[in-house]
Design a protein around this ligand. Sequence first.
Ligand SMILES: C[S@@+](CC[C@H](N)C(=O)[O-])C[C@H]1O[C@@H](n2cnc3c(N)ncnc32)[C@H](O)[C@@H]1O
Length: 310
Amino acid sequence: MELTTMEAMIQGKAKLWGNIFAFTNSMALRCALELGIVDIIHSHGGPITLSQIAAGIDSPSLNIDNLARLMRLLVRKDIFTTHHQPSDCGEITLYGLTPHTPRWLMQGSEFSLQCVKEGGTAFSKVHGCEVKDFAHKNPKFNKMFDDAMACMAKVVAERILWGYRDGFGSINGSLVDVGGGTSEMVAKIVKAHPYIKAINFDLPHVITTAPMHQGVAHIEGNMFEAIPNADAILLKRVLHGFSDEDCIKILKNCAKAIPKKTGKIIIAEHVLEPNGNGPFDETGLVFDLIMMILALSGKERTELDWKKLL
Ligand SMILES: C[S@@+](CC[C@H](N)C(=O)[O-])C[C@H]1O[C@@H](n2cnc3c(N)ncnc32)[C@H](O)[C@@H]1O
């Protein structure tokens, strides 16, 4: 495929994703309004720190990390401003209002609001359990979730195959797609590189629904316990669902499963660029809020976050 055609497709997909997840923007606005963030900043008469905002929110167990993530998206959407001020310990960020901020007139998103006020996921507050357990108990939801993952994999697969063609091309032997869902991605990898012996590895309730693909074996299991041995491992959109501590457990199990000297772990994830102008930079922040709603400790990570974790 020509580079220009590929770039045009990427721009188109970025726009489509922006529209699909546009609801996150209104959710974030409602959340900020109900937390009284506008009033808190307004009452200080000028830009204030995140801790000052937190101190103004009436909650005994406020989750300041989630508050920071909410503010990051709203700054990106020009609802709030940031100012950076030198301080003894480096630089502090102050959050301010834009001239149009106080005019919002919106009402309550009780569940996403609770994510900031108390932590925990909005999904569990609505459904009484986390996504994984809900999917386990509800075959219809399970299928919808797996289909959604497979559909997303279709959207990004070509780009990953093209961008990392030399990397996949240098795999000598086997590849395990850890948390590979219904194997959409690994099936495409094998199609492009037929000499790779592929394994799709996921939880039992996902593997049960996975279709057969030529050159792909399915293995069910738990990546926190053990991962099948292979020459290379793919982790695509898996680590963003977990805390740093859990990612370290997963990565340690990956390291045990590959040859010490020649083994390879391929991580396909979004890299957050909060101020970037790339086609997916805004979508990344939106995804981060979606992770806040859906995954107990999941989050999108900046390059620095990834470097620290790895
Ligand atoms: C966000 S989906 C990504 C799926 C696929 N890699 C993709 O990019 O389309 C995360 C996947 O990790 C799987 N997963 C979660 N916990 C797991 C565990 N403990 N062991 C194995 N797989 C797990 C989920 O079932 C799900 O299929």
